[in-house]
Design a protein around this ligand. Structure first.
Ligand code: ADQ
Length: 470
C-alpha cells in the first residue's frame, strides 16, 4: 500500500493534540505507513539539508530547521503579511515587501529538496495551507512524479484581491502542478474558477504572458469539520464539569454569551463587542442577566496589525465596561489565553449563545465544536457569520453580516429570547450537519480523491462512499 506523507509548516508537537485536524491526520498516519514533514520550530545559521526523523507520541515526524532570515521572510513576511490578509480580502492590512517572496520560495525549495530525498515513487503527498503553495512545483522541478494534493485551510481570494498579490501568476501556476486542490467551501471553488476562466493576461514588458493551464488539476470543495461526538463526550467529562461549576459560581443565573478565537483581525472581535454593546444599549432589560466571555489568546504577535487588533479589542472592552459595569455586575470578561479542549467543551456546553462572527474565515471549527458540545435537551444558539465557510453547511444557525453590528445585536437578542423547542430543532439540524462533515471523513474523502486506487479492499467501498457524499 502507498505511504501517506503529510506536509505542513509545523509538525504536531508532543502532548495532547490542540485541534481536531491534528488528531484526524494522526489517525490517517496511524492506520497507514507514512510520516509528517515540516519545520522543526528551530532556527539555525546553517540548517542541515536533510530532515531528522523523530517519534512524537507514536507519530513519525521528519523535520528541518530554517535560518532566521528565511523564516522571517517566509512566515511573518510573505505568508502572514501578504497571503493571509489578501486571501481574507484585507488588502488594507497587507504589507508588501518584494524580497519576502524570495525567502518564501527559498523555504519551499528547501522543503522540496529535503522531502524528495525521503520520497518513494508511489508515496501520496498531501500538502497543507498557504505557506506551501509552491511545494508541488519545486518537487516536480526536482523530478517527483508522485500524486500530490494541496488543501487550502483559508478562503480563496476573489480575482481582484488575487491580482493585488505580487507574483500571483506564479502562485497560480504552482497550484496547477498539484493533482488535486481542496478548498473549504463552494464559494472558494467559484472564486478559483472565476480566476481560471477569465485570467487577465499580462502584457507587461511587451510580452504576452501565457495563461495558466489547469487541465491536469482537479479542484473541489472538501469542507473540514471537527469530531462532534468527541466534543459531546468531552462536554460531560470531569474537567468540563469543573469549568461549568466554576463559571456558575461566578455568574449565578446570568446567561453566557461566548466567543472563542485566536486573536486575529479576520475574526471580527471589535465588531463583535460593539454588537454586544448595542444589545445592552437597546435592551436595558438584559443588563445584569447576560455576560459575554471572550476567550482570545494572542497569535502572530510579532506582526504590527495583530498588535493593533489587540489594542482595538482592549479599548472597546474597556469602553463597554466603563459604560455598563456596576459595583456588583460586569458585562463582560475578556481572557487573553488558550484553554485545553476539555475546559473549552465545558464553556461551549454552558453557553446560551456562541458568537462566531469572523469577517471572513475558511471554515471555523469553533462553530463545529460548539454544536458538538451542546446538551440536546437544552441547547444553546449559534450566531454565525455568513462569511465563514461554516455558513454553507450550517444554514440553521442565525446567520449575520458581522460588519453590520445592528444586525448582530438583533440576532443576539433573538438568540437569547429563543424558545427551547426552536433551539432544539435548530440544534438537531446543526448536529446532523456537523456529524456529516466530521473530520475523519474529510481526511478519507480527500485521500480517496487524490489516490483512488490506494486503499486496501476492506476499506475501498467505505471510502468511495464517503467521497461521493462529500
Ligand atoms: P484558525 O483560524 O485557527 O484555523 P478555527 O477554525 O476557528 O480557526 O480553529 C481554531 C482551533 O483552535 C479550534 O479547534 C479551537 O478549539 C482552537 N482554539 C481557538 N481559540 C482557542 C482558545 N482560546 N483556547 C484553546 N483553543 C482555541 C484555520 C482557518 C479556519 C479553518 C481551520 C481548519 O483560518 O477557517 O477552520 O484552519 O481548517
Amino acid at each position: 500500500m502507498s505511504r501517506i506523507v503529510i506536509v505542513s509548516n509545523r509538525t504536531p508537537g508532543k502532548g495532547p493534540a490542540a485541534g481536531g485536524l491534528a488528531v484526524a491526520l494522526r489517525k490517517v498516519l496511524s492506520e497507514r505507513e507514512g510520516f509528517w514533514f515540516g519545520w522543526s520550530g528551530k532556527l539555525t545559521d546553517q540548517p542541515a539539508p536533510e530532515a531528522r526523523f523523530e517519534d512524537i507520541d507514536g507519530l513519525t515526524v521528519a523535520q528541518i530547521d530554517l535560518t532566521r532570515d528565511d523564516h522571517h521572510a517566509y512566515y511573518a513576511g510573505f505568508s502572514n503579511s501578504i497571503l493571509w490578509p489578501s486571501f481574507h480580502l484585507r488588502l488594507d492590512l497587507a504589507t508588501i515587501e518584494s524580497h519576502w517572496y524570495e525567502g518564501y520560495r527559498r523555504v519551499n525549495q528547501q522543503f522540496a529538496r529535503a522531502l524528495l530525498a525521503l520520497l518513494k515513487p508511489d508515496d501520496i503527498v498531501w500538502v497543507h495551507d498557504y505557506h506551501l503553495i509552491p511545494l508541488a512545483s519545486e518537487l516536480r522541478n526536482l523530478g517527483a512524479r508522485n500524486r500530490i494534493g494541496f488543501y487550502l485551510h483559508i478562503p480563496f481570494p476573489t480575482p481582484d484581491a488575487l491580482y493585488a498579490i505580487p507574483h500571483h501568476e506564479e502562485l497560480m501556476r504552482d497550484l496547477s502542478r498539484y493533482d488535486l486542490v481542496g478548498m473549504q467551501a463552494k464559494r472558494d471553488v467559484s472564486a478559483f474558477t472565476e480566476f481560471a476562466e477569465h485570467q487577465a493576461s499580462s502584457t507587461f514588458g511587451g510580452h504576452r504572458a501565457k495563461t495558466v493551464d489547469f487541465s491536469r488539476t482537479e479542484v473541489d470543495a472538501f469542507p473540514i469539520g471537527s469530531d462532534p461526538e468527541a466534543f459531546a463526550r468531552l462536554a460531560v467529562s470531569p474537567a468540563a464539569t469543573k469549568m461549568i461549576h466554576r463559571m456558575r459560581r461566578a455568574m449565578g443565573s446570568q446567561r453566557l454569551i461566548l466567543g472563542v478565537d485566536r486573536l486575529d483581525y479576520s475574526k471580527g472581535l471589535p465588531q463583535r463587542v460593539e454588537a454586544y454593546e448595542k444589545l445592552l444599549t437597546n435592551n436595558a432589560r438584559l443588563r445584569r442577566s447576560v455576560h459575554l466571555l471572550q476567550v482570545a489568546p494572542p497569535s502572530r504577535d510579532s506582526i504590527k496589525e495583530y498588535q493593533e487588533t489587540s489594542d482595538a479589542l482592549d479599548a472597546i472592552c474597556g469602553r463597554v465596561m466603563g459604560k455598563f459595569a456596576e459595583p456588583d455586575w460586569q458585562p463582560l470578561t475578556y481572557v487573553k489565553r488558550a484553554y485545553g479542549q476539555p475546559s473549552l467543551a465545558g464553556l461551549y456546553r454552558l453557553a446560551r449563545v456562541a458568537l462566531v462572527t469572523p469577517l471572513r474565515d475558511g471554515m471555523n471549527l469553533v462553530a463545529h465544536e460548539f454544536i458538538g458540545a451542546q446538551d440536546p435537551a437544552d441547547p444553546g444558539v449559534l450566531v454565525l457569520s455568513r462569511f465563514a465557510g461554516a455558513a454553507e453547511i450550517f444554514p440553521e444557525a442565525l446567520l449575520v453580516n458581522p460588519f453590520d453590528t445592528d444586525e448582530t445585536a438583533e440576532a443576539l437578542r433573538i438568540a437569547l429570547d429563543m424558545p427551547q423547542d426552536e433551539r432544539q430543532q435548530r440544534w438537531q439540524a446543526l448536529m446532523a450537519a456537523a456529524r456529516k462533515h466530521n473530520v475523519d471523513d474529510w481526511a478519507l474523502g480527500f485521500l480517496a480523491r487524490l489516490a483512488p486506487g490506494m486503499q486496501d479492499k476492506s476499506t475501498t467501498r467505505d471510502i468511495l462512499y464517503l467521497a461521493s457524499v462529500a
